[in-house]
Write a protein that binds this ligand. Structure first.
Ligand code: FAD
Length: 389
């Protein structure tokens, strides 16, 4: 008879190919050995040792893994998805590092860069010898980036950039920033190397969420860049928005990992914690919580596999990605909060993951399109009416 796995009761993992399962298990082993034991300390101190970890994450093969050539693995969408699931089962900060480097910075260079730009940056970024970030959001423009204030103007052959970008993951640890700026020809992307005169990064402090992740403000004060710093392949918001669509795809998988990790830690705890002379797992109220979590983890996993397969068939649309992002982030957040209650007082410390996941997921709910914005994307998809303004 088939054995039931409480962590995957519907055996959704059986829908994966051998290669996909191999990647999943390899990434899981890396996070269990190298990341998870350090998380309580990193989270408490509010640090992510990006420089030290980047070459190891590069060697794991996950940086830009879904891109072709230039030292990238050329993986399928589902292979990339299962990697994100395992990275975020450890911590959303780790998955964010990989998403920003691979799907935002590298993907923008890969899709819109010149051959020279690709040769210069992609192999180093894939190997983790270099770190990249992606600056779209500004202090005054988040959901509505079309009104961004950062400007790039021509000065002879050069470009001069002025403005600031806010909430930029990997900002202060990056070797290259992909910065989106308004020009006479609409929004364009620029590669700004660290150390360029007038370009500085300042970390955001006081975060209660995504603490094991670097989040920075980028300031561009009359930064002079050569003519070939611009990404030649795209004009308009289509550029950054198409890269965001790729990164969001990683989120809809990643959050399944955070949800699963919250659920399984609550399940384990419930079986060993004794109150009223019985394991708390024996109480009906606890079982109801665990069963709700299990149902929702499995449904989110199915959504991820479905959207991944559509993507590999070349049939995924932005509305599909919005479906996954909205549903899976929201679901994961509810699961993490419910899991926390089962852990009682122990649940409020860094010793157990659910509250760390829940706090992280508050950022994930907001970045890469808030849940409200994805609701509006889906609202427009099903009614034909845009309701953004
Ligand atoms: P706002 O746009 O001001 O929204 C505030 C509230 O108003 C939200 O609830 C929103 O849903 C709602 N709202 C806005 N417009 C509408 C509307 N039309 N209808 C209904 N409700 C609406 N950005 C980058 O460019 N690069 C990064 O690497 C990056 N990393 C990040 C890391 C972290 C930890 C965080 C928290 C953010 C990061 N961001 C990054 C920024 C992120 O993408 C923005 O925070 C997000 O787009 C929301 O923008 P905002 O915070 O300005 O909120």
């Amino acid at each position: 008879p088939a054995r039931l796995d409480p962590a995957d009761l519907l055996a959704v993992g059986d829908l994966l190919t051998d290669e996909e399962r191999l990647i999943r298990d390899t990434v899981r082993r890396f996070t269990e050995e190298r990341i998870r034991p350090n998380l309580p300390d990193w989270y408490e101190r509010g640090v992510f040792p990006a420089r030290e970890l980047a070459p190891e994450i590069g060697a794991l093969g996950v940086l830009g893994m879904h891109l072709d050539g230039y030292g990238c693995a050329g993986s399928t969408a589902v292979e990339y998805g299962v990697a994100c699931m395992e990275l975020e089962a450890a911590d959303s900060g780790l998955r964010s590092f990989v998403s920003v480097q691979g799907s935002l910075a590298m993907r923008s260079i890969h899709a819109f860069g010149s051959e020279e730009q690709k040769q210069q940056w992609l192999p180093d970024l894939a190997a983790g010898r270099a770190i990249g970030c992606f600056g779209l959001t500004e202090p005054d423009f988040g959901s509505d980036p079309a009104n961004m204030r950062t400007r790039a103007r021509r000065k002879g052959d050069d470009w001069v950039l002025t403005g600031s970008k806010m909430w930029i993951t990997n900002g202060s640890v990056s070797d290259v920033a992909v910065v989106w700026a308004q020009t006479e020809d609409g929004v364009r992307g620029f590669l700004v190397p660290a150390g360029t005169k007038g370009f500085t990064a300042h970390d955001v402090h006081g975060k209660l969420s995504l603490r094991a992740s670097v989040t920075s403000e980028l300031v561009l004060d009359e930064v002079v860049l050569p003519a070939d710093a611009v990404l030649p392949g795209v004009r308009g918001l289509r550029g950054p928005l198409s890269s965001l669509n790729e990164a969001r795809y990683g989120i809809l998988w990643g959050t399944v990992g955070a949800a699963r990790d919250s659920y399984t830690s609550a399940l384990e705890y419930a079986k060993s914690r004794i109150q009223f002379e019985r394991p708390i797992a024996s109480f009906q109220l606890t079982q109801q919580k665990l069963v709700e979590m299990m149902l929702e983890v499995e449904k989110a996993y199915l959504v991820a596999v479905r959207i991944g397969r559509l993507k590999d068939e070349g049939r995924s649309l932005p509305a599909h990605i919005s479906f996954g992002k909205l549903n899976n982030v929201r679901t994961a957040l509810e699961i993490a909060r419910s899991a926390r209650t089962i852990l009682g007082a122990n649940g409020i410390t860094t010793a157990y993951p659910p509250l760390r996941h829940a706090n992280n997921l508050e950022s994930v709910l907001t970045y890469e399109g808030t849940s409200e914005i994805h609701t509006l994307v889906l609202g427009e998809a099903i009614t034909g009416e845009a309701a953004y303004r």
